[in-house]
Write a protein that binds this ligand. Sequence first.
Ligand code: FAD
Length: 411
Amino acid sequence: MVIAGAGMAGVQTAVALREEGWAGRIVLLGAEPHRPYDRPPLSKAVLLGKTDDPSFDVDFAALGVELHLGRRATGLRTGERLLLTDAGPVPYDHLVIATGAEPRTLPGTEHLAAEPAAGRGGPGLHLLRTLDDAERLRPLLAERRDVVVVGAGWIGAEFATAAREAGCAVTVVEAAGHPLAGVLPPEVATRLAGWYRDSGAELLTGTTVVGVDGAGLLVSSGGGRPTRLTADAVLVGIGARPATDWLAGSGIELAEDGSVRADRWLRASAEEVYAVGDCASFPSARYGERLLVHHWDNALQGPRTVAANVVGSGRPDFTGAVYDPVPYFWSEQFGRFVQYAGHHTAGDRLLWRGDPAGAAWSVCWLRDGVLVALLAVGRPRDLAQGRKLIERAAEIDPERAADASVPLKSA
Ligand code: FAD
């Protein structure tokens, strides 16, 4: 068994294989030099210096996992069952692609983001995906530098939260009319705008970056004349794309978004090749569409399906373990614990549960009376109960669901 990518999904695949009783060799390759680590703490405790060791509590030697760090997969020859790497080819019987995602940067600034602040006079342009990124950003927060954040998504919000907590002046530039525009409808997302302002961050919505130079960013609102935003550092948080460029020419089928097109058993389009985590999309029968999920829980659950299928495929009666989860994620921003379960679309009916001006409230999405998604702000019990209802595709009474004093499980 060879696993390409030693992040959450790669490590969990190794762990799950042993749990399933896989007795063969496991070779785990990771491009980064660090002991495998967890990413959520990077934008939280690591940035603020509350921890500098987010590594996984996994004893690889005891599990019999051969860890090759600082080793990058560069290509794949499926006919010969050969993974190509920067240190030579690695033969496999089974391969799991778990190379995750890489952050997008502003067009034309790829070289700046690759070498943040390296001896240039202007503000350093930073991304936040790796431990090295977080370690470069940490001193800027400790020194209370002025920062500009591009993008009011999950990473932008968490970075702005940490930077404000550290005492930095923070300006957030967002092209859409409100934060998390791709994820939440305007009536919900406008509530989040207030969180930025209450924290003391300046949020500029409807504003796009039109240029980057030594002194800062040039931004334009509503197509007007560009104005200059100066800063000591710029954090670009405009999303991530699957890290699958290395599969070019391999014959592994990719979706338009760059993800490996896995099937419902998380198999890629070649014999004995699986794909899991941030790099892979899968068809969800539950939601009737292909999903690409860039969240931690998906990198925990998917590997269990892969391991069950790899180990089970040796049994004659095995029919395959299907991957069709209720997606789940959380975010910690501006002193709030935000959780989301499920998947909603614009046509779903939206119900408020509690007062969105208050500290704790939820939003439910219903399709034909069935709960399909839930956003909980400071209401973890709603999330726990709602997630189970979503899993069961339970019908709920909209009036009772809208009454925050009624437990969701009784709605
Ligand atoms: P990754 O974690 O990206 O791991 C892939 C690994 O593969 C990387 O180490 C990479 O270096 C390596 N790799 C890439 N290409 C190659 C190659 N060619 N050869 C070998 N190795 C390669 N999710 C939540 O639900 N809640 C949160 O609060 C949250 N916070 C987050 C905060 C930050 C700062 C970030 C970046 C992400 C956060 N996430 C959060 C998302 C979550 O961390 C990811 O969904 C999860 O890490 C995905 O795991 P993965 O193993 O698929 O990918």
